[in-house]
Design a protein around this ligand. Structure first.
Ligand SMILES: O=C(O)CCC(=O)C(=O)O
Ligand SMILES: [Fe+2]
Length: 198
C-alpha cells in the first residue's frame, strides 16, 4: 500500500498501515528487542529525576550528535537491520535520515507525554518517519494552539508494520503523545528516523 495523506490543517501527515508485511514486522521486533542496547534513561521532571516510562536507544551516523539535558550524545552505530530499514524508509519517503530514535514500550503502562519533535538540531520543518512494530497503540495528536488551529484532538491506531510520516509544519503546529492503556500487555517498538544537524 502507498503512503496516503491524512488531511489535517497546518500539518503534513502520511500513513501507510502496511509498509512492512506482518511477518517481517514480527521478525524485526524480535531481532531489535534482543539486539539493541536498550537504555532506561532518567529525565528531570519538576526538579526530580524519574525514569522514563519506556526504554530507548539512539543510532546513527557518527556525526549525528544531539544535545539532551545538557549532554552531547554520540549515536550508536547502525546495525545491519537498522541500516536496511533506513534505506527502505528513505526509498518510500524520498527523504534522507542520519539517525534513528528507538522507543520500546514494554507494556501498555509505558508511554510518551505530549511534545513536538522540535529540537533545534531537527530544523524548522523536519521530516520524521515513524515505523511501528508489535502491539497496536493509539498515537494522539492535538493542535499546539487550538485558537490558531481549530481542530479536535485525534487518535491514529498505529499497527505493526505501519509507517507514519510527519513533515512540513506538523511539529510547529501540533503536539503528539502515546498515552498509557490498560488494555495492552504486549510490547510495541517504535523507530523514528530523523535528520539531525550539529
Ligand atoms: O512511539 C511513538 O509512536 C511516538 C514516538 C515519538 O513521538 C518520539 O520518539 O518522538
Ligand atoms: Fe515525537
Amino acid at each position: 500500500m502507498p503512503l496516503t495523506p491524512i488531511p489535517l490543517p497546518a500539518a503534513d501527515l502520511l500513513l501507510d498501515p502496511e509498509f512492512l508485511p506482518l511477518p517481517k514486522a514480527a521478525e524485526l521486533l524480535t531481532e531489535l528487542t534482543a539486539t539493541i542496547p536498550w537504555q532506561h534513561e532518567a529525565i528531570r521532571l519538576f526538579g526530580r529525576d524519574v525514569l522514563q516510562p519506556r526504554l530507548t536507544a539512539w543510532h546513527g551516523d557518527a556525526g549525528a550528535t544531539y544535545r539532551y539535558s545538557g549532554l552531547q550524545l554520540t549515536p550508536q552505530p547502525w546495525t545491519l537491520a537498522l541500516q536496511q530499514l533506513r534505506r527502505h524508509v528513505e526509498a518510500v519517503t524520498g527523504a534522507a535520515f542520519n539517525s534513528v530514535l528507538l522507543n520500546l514500550y514494554r507494556t501498555g503502562q509505558d508511554s510518551m507525554g505530549w511534545h513536538a519533535d522540535n529540537e533545534p538540531e531537527l530544523g524548522p520543518t523536519p521530516v520524521i518517519a515513524s515505523v511501528s512494530l508489535g502491539a497496536t497503540r493509539s498515537f494522539r495528536l492535538r493542535p499546539r494552539n487550538p485558537l490558531l488551529t481549530p481542530h479536535p484532538p485525534l487518535s491514529l491506531a498505529l499497527t505493526s508494520g505501519s509507517l507514519l510520516v510527519m513533515r512540513g509544519l506538523t511539529q510547529q503546529h501540533w503536539l503528539h503523545s502515546l498515552p498509557k492503556t490498560a488494555r495492552v500487555q504486549e510490547p510495541r517498538l517504535n523507530l523514528t528516523f530523523r535528520w539531525v544537524t550539529s
